[in-house]
Design a protein. Structure first.
Length: 223
């Protein structure tokens, strides 16, 4: 866990791969509690502190998580997300080569028993899901893809790319045949642009790509 930014209203943290965003029956160790401990030590607060993740990342993904330090900040950030003022950019390594170097994926998604089901047509219980992507490079049977979420559905990126035949590397649940690592897939929330809940200023935060990704090979190979 790393703290990227903090003030009196919010914290932006890096969530490692294999760590849950919030506590659950299946996952006791989680980012939210780790940041709470960091706050207690920094400000010498022995009691409970208010902290709530504004959005979640899957256990096996890494990257930026925004957390609210006050109820007012949490409410305003949630409102900002509903207004579309919360832009999230992901990077992924997916299997194979995509047909188009740039494109938009539009499907319908249903959250079903810890897995997402994808359809090309509207069905009962399915919600529309959209994302835009750009292929940045290709190497050794995989592609590096930049992804901008237009909707935020359960396992949306994983489900949509699997559906078109390009599952995220390491994502066995969605059909990947390429090994990556324990409790991790090649998907990272790399950048977020948001409106500060109190100052009303636009802020952008970014993290680097995992060191094990062959970024130099991608750049050399081109698209």
């Amino acid at each position: 866990m790393k703290i990227i930014y903090y003030d009196n209203h919010l914290i932006v943290a890096y969530k490692p791969f294999g760590v849950a965003t919030q506590k659950s029956l299946e996952h006791f160790d989680n980012l939210e509690d780790q940041v709470k401990e960091w706050l207690k030590k920094k400000y010498d607060k022995p009691g409970n502190v208010f902290l709530h993740a504004v959005h979640r990342l899957d256990l096996m993904t890494g990257g930026i998580v925004v957390l609210a330090k006050t109820e007012k900040a949490l409410k305003r950030l949630n409102e900002s997300i509903k207004k579309g003022e919360f832009d999230k950019t992901y990077f992924a390594v997916v299997e194979g080569s995509l047909k188009d170097l740039k494109g938009k994926l539009v499907h319908y998604l249903k959250h079903n028993d810890f897995r997402t089901e994808i359809s090309e047509i509207q069905k009962d219980g399915y919600k529309k899901c959209e994302l835009e992507y750009e292929v940045l490079g290709r190497a050794k049977g995989v592609s590096l893809v930049k992804i901008k979420l237009l909707t935020g559905r359960y396992h949306q990126i994983r489900g949509q790319f699997s559906y078109i035949g390009n599952p995220v590397v390491g994502d066995v649940k969605y059909g990947s045949k390429t090994k990556y690592g324990k409790n991790k897939i090649a998907l990272i929330h790399k950048e977020v642009e948001l409106v500060h809940p109190i100052k009303k200023e636009k802020m952008t935060f970014s993290v680097g790509l995992p060191k094990e990704w062959p970024w130099d090979i991608f750049r050399a190979s081109g698209s």
